[in-house]
Design a protein around this ligand. Structure first.
Ligand SMILES: [Zn+2]
Length: 462
């Protein structure tokens, strides 16, 4: 049975991956399969199945005994796991690797062609919630370190791990782990988290594949607009009900437009694309993107996929008010979600919205759990070069490109204790697989997962 599985597995990987480590590779894949089977789903606090989280942490301890004998495991904020090396070298750089093991719920089970928590292998892919986001990264980290320690393979940095348990909802685990690392007086030359992947270049109208490295990320906040205490009987209505007051406020907030402009991470991306483009006209144009800001901004603004790169965007996502059709509403609330550029500040945006509404009957407040990241890293640094070379050793033909990550990641919590933060899981994600993250039929290519382990070995190595 085992041999049969091994043979079918090798066949699925294709001949390119017929090398001496098949047995080890099989074990690594089985470790990810088992990891997927823990239903570590992020919900509101009250709905969390914390038994699964504890079981997952125990599973890691049992599966990676060598790592746990070389590291001090600290459980922070209940379920997040910090791994601190017992022995460090003073002349080494400090690297911190982040991943999270909570996953988003299955919102439409009928769309899945496999059971989301079975860890099924089909057509050279491993399926399951968390296969891409983000259990593959966590397991690849530990597989790589376990193998290196077991084989006494030298490491080239002091390697730390911080594995969050609530990235998909609040990121409290990351905040607590960052605070703990700060208390320990640690500072990192490099922090690596999710937030980029290897994608088809056609997305940016270039040939070949691109390894997109997030060098900054957009911020986010939800503003709550409330109109209160205007109740009474509908037979004697006031001039405006709370709903009417709120509706005007929402319309005014909606009309606020944010400027389109090129921020540093987007300029880095364009200049880098220019350096890697064969067409001399296009190369000149991109390499000197800062001279052509107006025209580039115009082009990016005219495409709904690229517009968020150059603009703070917003959307009213929820509205509440009134209980009965014949009763005046006591209060009404609206929620507006903002995704901000790194050079914009959420507190200034809040003040701007407040003054545009200009109505003392409406209160404007920032909901908890916002993110206001400011750190912008560069790839032309020592740690950036280390990252690029580790990717290139596995995927020599991909172009490595800095970019602005559109979503929030746990890494924002570590900005204060790091020199540079990069966001990429160098996994090949092509076609519709990109939307499988948080969607249905999430899956990782087996060969990509094995390469991911190799990538970490290069990152940890000298
Ligand atoms: Zn994630």
């Amino acid at each position: 049975m085992r041999i049969l599985f091994l043979l079918s597995f090798i066949w699925q990987l294709g001949v390119n991956f017929l090398y001496a480590d098949e047995e080890h590779d099989l074990k690594a894949i089985q470790s990810l399969q088992k990891a997927i089977r823990f239903q570590t789903v992020s919900h509101d606090h009250s709905q969390m199945a914390y038994d699964e989280f504890n079981a997952f942490l125990n599973y890691l301890k049992e599966t990676y005994p060598t790592v746990f004998s070389h590291y001090k495991g600290e459980v922070v904020e209940g379920y997040s796991l910090l791994l601190i090396p017992l022995k460090v070298e003073a002349h080494f750089k400090n690297y911190l690797f982040l991943a999270h093991y909570d996953v988003v719920p299955i919102s439409a089970p009928k769309n899945w062609t496999v059971s989301p928590f079975a860890g099924e292998i089909k057509d050279g892919f491993l399926y399951g919630r968390g296969a891409l986001d983000d259990k593959a990264s966590l397991i690849a980290c530990l597989e790589a370190m376990e193998a290196m320690l077991k084989n006494s393979h030298p490491v080239g940095a002091n390697v730390y791990f911080a594995f969050g348990h609530d990235e998909e909802v609040a990121g409290n685990g990351a905040r607590a782990m960052a605070a703990r690392l700060k208390d320990l007086g640690l500072f990192f030359d490099l922090v690596l988290d999710e937030g980029g992947a290897i994608v088809e270049g056609s997305k940016l109208k270039v040939s070949g594949n691109l390894a997109m490295v997030g060098v900054a990320e957009k911020g986010f906040m939800v503003l709550k607009l409330s109109a209160n205490e205007m109740g009474g009987h509908s037979s004697m209505p006031p001039e405006e009900t709370s709903i009417e007051v709120l509706a005007k406020a929402v319309a005014k907030a909606h009309a606020v437009d944010f400027s389109t402009h090129l921020t540093d991470p987007v300029l880095q991306m364009l200049e880098n694309l220019g350096l890697q483009t064969e067409n001399p006209f296009k190369a000149f144009f991109l390499k000197n993107a800062k001279w052509f800001k107006p025209i580039i901004t115009f082009i990016l603004d005219n495409n709904k996929d690229t517009r968020p790169m150059i603009k703070t965007v917003k959307a009213t996502t929820r509205i509440l008010g009134g209980n009965k059709v014949n009763q005046l509403p006591q209060s009404a609330q609206a929620f507006i979600m903002f995704r901000t550029l790194p050079d914009e500040d959420i507190h200034q945006i809040k003040n701007r919205i407040e003054s545009v509404i200009g109505d003392t009957r409406v209160t404007v407040e920032i909901m908890p759990g916002y993110s206001n990241p400011k750190q912008v890293s560069r790839l032309d640094t020592e740690s950036g070069k280390k990252l690029i070379s580790s990717i290139k050793k596995i995927y020599p033909d991909v172009r490595v490109l800095p970019y602005l990550t559109m979503a929030g990641t746990d890494s924002r919590s570590y900005a204060e204790i790091s020199k540079a933060t990069y966001r990429i899981n160098p996994i090949e994600i092509y076609g519709k697989d990109l939307s499988s993250i948080h969607g249905h039929d999430e899956r990782i290519k087996l060969s990509s997962f094995l390469n991911f382990i190799k990538f970490y070995k290069y990152m940890f190595g000298p």
